[in-house]
Design a protein around this ligand. Sequence first.
Ligand SMILES: NC(=O)C1=CN([C@@H]2O[C@H](COP(=O)(O)OP(=O)(O)OC[C@H]3O[C@@H](n4cnc5c(N)ncnc54)[C@H](OP(=O)(O)O)[C@@H]3O)[C@@H](O)[C@H]2O)C=CC1
Ligand SMILES: O=C1OC[C@@H](O)[C@H](O)[C@H]1O
Length: 356
Amino acid sequence: KDLLVDPKTRGVQDVSHKVTAIGSRSVERAQEFIDKFVNGDKEVAAYGSYQGVFDDKNVDAIYIGTPHTYHYDAALAAIKSGKHVLCEKPVTSNAAELRSLIAAAKEHKVFFMEAMWTRFQPLALEVKKIAEEGSLGKPVMLHADLSGDFDIENIPKSHRILDPQLGGGALLDLGPYPLVWAIIALYENPANNKGFPTTITGSMLKTPLTGVDSSTVFTLSFTPSETSSLSALAILSCNITLDAPEPGVTIRFERGTIIINPPIYSPRSFKVVYLNKGVAGKKEGATAHGELARTFEYVGKGWHFQADEVARCVRDGKLESELWGHDKSLLEMDIFDEVRKQGGYVFPPGVGKVTA
Ligand SMILES: NC(=O)C1=CN([C@@H]2O[C@H](COP(=O)(O)OP(=O)(O)OC[C@H]3O[C@@H](n4cnc5c(N)ncnc54)[C@H](OP(=O)(O)O)[C@@H]3O)[C@@H](O)[C@H]2O)C=CC1
Ligand SMILES: O=C1OC[C@@H](O)[C@H](O)[C@H]1O
């Protein structure tokens, strides 16, 4: 639905999108999807296999939205067919699969990106600007949580949130979102100079239903080194039995705090609380209490901003995005591998096709 929103409604004039083909494991379901979501457009091809889309000469770029553990096979097949790829989060089951996909994308000279939509939304761009403009000082402590009550006692164990074969559990499904805020505010902070976290810790509680993690807490520390002057901690969590907490993200700096309201995957509002009220009082739009509140309005859910990025990169011949490049997805998958290791989450045989 977001892809079909006129880009001009969000001030975008230089790129546009067209749904050309839909692939499903059943041609009937592909046609049903076209009828339901693409207004029954007769020009859109329906295929009863994903390979049908990969082989279609009219297709430039593929969006992969299958369950996590099927991303690798589909992305590899699309890349080998010479298509550009936008692949849902988490981009793969583990870091080794991702390294293999990045190598294949480079070999076949195609654009490849994880669909980390949050990173491209106007709110995230604004938070990053405020975080780095200097008035708040350096970031010190970040808390972020994404939880969602999936009613796990009453859904089938074959649901992707519960089934280990589909990479079920909180970390892989919800973990990318608390993490993206740590990446924006800490990893990307110029003081960090792209340094990998010094330490990663992870702790998981498993549901007896299928053994996947129902609750996960993970932390990242960034400590000063020869190349980094950042000293900051991120405390990140996710859960599949609770509703999302409020606020969803709190980023505490030396001289103030940025507070982001849920849902943290596509937030529409945040505020900045300045500790030095004198400074805040002078800021345009700040209240007398030293707060600056911002809300964002646009047509659609916010998925389309990343599609604009894909179109621009493909148009400009870029093989990766500057905002969400391969390094950030790799950081994510390396962190998740470590958290799963410490939390005792072992994939069943056949999942995580590529290993170290
Ligand atoms: N960015 C975002 O906001 C969101 C992202 N996601 C991500 O998108 C991906 C898909 O999630 P979601 O749409 O909820 O998943 P679903 O379980 O609804 O699966 C999506 C489709 O994948 C296809 N599929 C292929 N192999 C399998 C399989 N073995 N079992 C079940 N389905 C299969 C099916 O299509 P068919 O039968 O037609 O081939 C199915 O309809 C996940 O990786 C998730 O992280 C999910 C929700 C929101
Ligand atoms: O990407 C996502 O965002 C919203 C969640 O509810 C969903 O489970 C997840 O896949």
